[in-house]
Design a protein around this ligand. Structure first.
Ligand code: NAD
Length: 291
């Protein structure tokens, strides 16, 4: 009986320590990671998960107040976090973000280009220059500039990892986006593959996650940033149209995932576990685009 008790006790302790290890297994221990769009939604979840996995995180966002709040909370858990207020559409801001990371930590291991804005779901025949420029500069030009700024750092260090937040709108024509958003995400996927191929021999990996629908404030935040009343109204009309089609069964319904579910995919792509994964577009949409 005593022997049985001892064996059960040892097994129990083993499973307890395993489950604790799963909470934080240090998969990014001491890696330095920049995450853009970290004040909200996917970016916030990525920054928090990375910090919990041992990374030194630079959460960057145009919403400086929010990103500093997140950093303060993470610091209470002993995480090493340096928030940066940045407008990723401004080249000098992007360079300042890279310099802040280098100044604080002396190196950069991971860049997550996640900041993004939505459009008003309008087709090419109706899209305004204002929305087009805003969406392309945030979702496509900004990641390119981040990559352009970090590549020399990675080359000097002997490697690094880039993860871009694309979307299923990056390989479908009209799911979850209008002309500007769809074009920006298609472009981002092309950029991801181009970077992966060109720097594959320099120990630099570049992948993208392509989420389906995620429970975030993407549309609301984008309206604030773009600030167009007409665009906003049209967007709502278009959404109503889509929701009606869903309820009538023309479009297969799609579960929205949580930002944490996306963050876990990004964690894998950013970690050494994905050492041979390069130029990959990792779809996380619950199967919506598989039919
Ligand atoms: P979100 O609005 O919650 O987060 C986006 C963040 O980016 C915000 O904190 C915002 O302040 C920041 N941002 C916007 N423009 C910026 C700029 N110029 N400079 C710096 N920061 C800026 O939305 P989200 O859904 O978490 O979006 C994150 C990424 O996920 C985006 O690239 C989006 O396209 C992508 N995505 C979202 C969904 C979805 O359903 N929510 C689906 C597929 C892909």
């Amino acid at each position: 009986r005593i022997l049985k008790f001892i064996v059960t006790f040892i097994l129990l302790m083993g499973s307890v320590s395993n489950s604790l290890a799963q909470v934080s297994s240090g998969r990014l221990k001491d890696k330095v990671a920049i995450v853009t769009g970290a004040a909200s939604g996917n970016g916030k979840a990525i920054a928090v998960l990375f910090a919990n996995e041992g990374a030194k995180v630079i959460p960057a966002d145009i919403n400086g107040i929010e990103v500093r709040k997140i950093a303060d909370t993470l610091k209470q858990n002993q995480s090493d976090v340096t928030p940066v207020e940045v407008d990723v559409t401004r080249e000098d801001d992007v360079q300042r973000m890279i310099n802040s990371a280098l100044g604080r930590f002396g190196r950069i291991d991971i860049l997550v280009n996640n900041a993004g804005v939505f459009d008003e779901l309008l087709p090419a025949g109706e899209v305004s220059d204002e929305i087009w420029d805003r969406v392309i500069s945030t979702n496509l030009t900004a990641p390119m500039r981040g990559i352009r700024a970090v590549i020399p750092v990675f080359e000097k260090q002997g490697g690094g990892v880039i993860v871009n937040t694309a979307s299923i709108a990056g390989f479908t024509g009209a799911r979850g986006g209008g002309a500007a958003y769809v074009a920006s995400k298609h472009g981002l996927i092309g950029l991801t593959k181009n970077v992966a191929f060109n720097y594959k021999d320099k120990n630099i990996r570049c992948n993208a996650v392509a989420p389906g629908r995620v429970e975030t404030n993407l549309r609301v935040n984008s309206e604030n940033l773009i600030g167009s009343k007409t665009a906003h109204d049209k967007s709502i009309d278009n959404w109503r149209d889509i929701e009606t089609k869903v309820s009538e069964g023309y479009i297969t319904n799609m579960r929205k995932c949580t930002p944490d579910e996306i963050a876990k995919v990004v964690l894998f792509l950013a970690s050494d576990e994905a050492s041979f994964v390069n130029g990959s577009i990792f779809v996380a949409d619950g199967g919506w685009t598989s039919y």
